[in-house]
Design a protein around this ligand. Structure first.
Ligand SMILES: [Zn+2]
Length: 46
């Protein structure tokens, strides 16, 4: 399981909501969380 860095939920690695930033993959529970991350990946990836 991966952690959704936006809402803190645990997410499966086979989710369709994945973003890559600085060579790392980030997994999200929903398109909303993914969009939030994509708006400011630097802030959320720390
Ligand atoms: Zn989420």
């Amino acid at each position: 399981m991966k952690k959704d860095v936006i809402c803190g939920m645990k997410v499966r690695e086979d989710t369709e909501f994945v973003s890559e930033f600085q060579g790392k993959e980030f997994y999200f529970c929903s398109s909303k969380c993914k969009e939030e991350f994509d708006k400011n990946p630097l802030k959320h990836s720390r």
